[in-house]
Design a protein around this ligand. Structure first.
Ligand code: URA
Length: 446
């Protein structure tokens, strides 16, 4: 076959066959397709689009450009993908909660991208823990602990690795077809039997409008289902962080508080007070969908109740501790997490310049503030400082009196803390009236 023939077909609005796309993906992975040809391919797809069958074929071809994991486990393999946000540490609660409910969760996650935080960076704030785990060991951890959160090895969807790098420098990242194939090629390489997608919308998300979020969610759901993986999506709010902190160790601390009930009083109702905490509410909503889809419960509501129960009674916390230990972290992390997490040398309180209500939070600006503090990467080679970030951020609708603390900055140096404080003041709008409360789940797709 010839890469030029595939590109020419796309240019003429003709549809390449599954065999041609398979060949192209193998060529991306093996180096037979040049960077120029990869760029031309990305641009023609970006401009002309792909019909649904070709999008599915490209997704499968990119998945099959590397290893596809196989499992022999006494329960369904499930996974979740988030399109990215700030203060979004749902995976750290959801993976152990699902495992405790009888599912197996080999979660292949990513690092921070742009203003958004990355699950791997958060988990690596735990001393000793590694997310670079060989496949044989990953299988062992998933079988024993029920869940693992790891980075993709070079053998997972190598065609995507190559194409993504080319898209990044050819202004073709935005293509819905290419985003769909990129995300799903990696997710489907772990062979999940059910998948749930958390498509975020709002000031801290990549997608700012409901139309954009709906289009991406629909494309992902249709393509994953066509590829044989039962998939649904929730479109959820990202107009404020899901916990009141941003930054790797600070978010792990919030996860431990949520898992151990330190921030949620015990309640009688099966869902109870957890509804009041955004991180728990979203974890319960996604987990309920996934347990139902995997056939482990009769209804989404029954799944939600099951996830809420294991979050409330400490079983998800124990499961999280097992996963941490299996991945090289401390054996007693669940009991002594406060001793293990790194702390920044400078902590600066940011106070409200006026009386009023928190009316808007610019999540993207806050995320970039954490990146500039060293909590994320400006370039791929940057090392991340796990201790820095923002804590005690007041949520939307919080009432403030002049001089009240809006948040605390955790920084490596005083000058960096001062700069971040200015950025934080600009990112939080204080108004005389409280904003209307926003729902956490806007829409369900699939
Ligand atoms: N995440 C991915 O993995 N790929 C994209 O194209 C966009 C987000």
């Amino acid at each position: 076959m010839d890469a030029r023939a595939v590109i020419a077909k796309l240019r003429r609005h003709q549809v390449p066959t599954a065999a041609e796309l398979h060949w192209f993906a193998q060529g991306l992975a093996g180096g037979e397709v040049s960077d120029a040809q990869a760029g031309a391919f990305a641009m023609t797809v970006c401009l002309n689009g792909l019909p649904a069958e070709a999008r599915s074929a490209l997704t499968l071809a990119m998945r099959d450009s590397g290893d596809v994991l196989t499992w022999d486990l006494p329960g369904p393999v499930v996974d979740k993908h988030s399109t990215g946000g700030v203060g979004d540490c749902v995976s750290l609660l959801l993976a152990p909660a699902l495992a405790e409910c009888g599912a197996f969760v080999p979660m292949i996650s990513g690092r921070g991208l742009g203003h958004t935080g990355g699950t791997l960076d958060k988990l690596e704030a735990i001393p000793g823990l590694t997310t670079q785990i060989p496949q044989a060991r990953l299988s062992q951890i998933v079988a024993e602990a029920g869940c693992a959160i790891v980075g993709a090895s070079a053998r997972i969807a190598p065609a995507d690795k190559r194409l993504y790098a080319v898209r990044d420098v050819t202004a073709t990242v935005e293509s819905l077809d290419l985003i769909t194939a990129s995300i799903l090629s990696k997710k489907l390489a772990a062979s999940p039997e059910a998948l749930v997608l958390d498509v975020k919308i709002g000031s801290g998300a990549f997608m700012k409008t409901p139309e954009e979020a709906r289009a991406l969610a629909t494309s992902l759901v249709e393509t994953a289902n066509a590829a044989g993986c039962p998939t649904r999506a929730l479109i959820t709010d990202m107009n404020q962080p899901l916990v009141n902190a941003l930054g790797n160790a600070l978010e792990v601390a919030e996860v431990m508080r949520a898992l151990t009930g330190a921030s949620s009083p015990a309640v009688e109702d099966p869902l109870g007070d957890m509804r009041a905490q955004p991180i728990l509410e979203i974890t319960i909503a996604l987990g309920g969908v996934l347990l139902h889809q995997a056939g482990l419960v009769e209804s989404v509501a029954a799944g939600e109740a099951k996830i809420a129960a294991v979050l409330r009674d400490g079983r998800a916390a124990d499961r999280f501790a097992r996963m941490v230990a299996a991945q090289g972290g401390p054996l007693d992390f669940a009991e002594k997490w406060e001793r293990f997490l790194p702390e920044a040398p400078v902590i600066l309180e940011v106070t409200s310049p006026e009386t009023g209500y928190v009316a808007a939070i610019d999540g993207e600006a806050l995320g970039l503030t954490v990146v500039r503090l060293g909590g994320g990467r400006m370039v791929e080679s940057d090392t991340v400082d796990p201790s820095v970030g923002i804590s005690d951020l007041r949520p939307l609708g919080a009432k403030l009196t002049k001089g009240d603390v809006i948040a605390r900055i955790h920084a490596a140096r005083p000058a960096a803390a001062q700069e971040a404080a200015m950025a934080l003041r600009a990112a939080v709008t204080i108004a005389p009236a409280a904003p209307a409360p926003l729902p956490l789940v806007y829409e369900r797709i699939g």
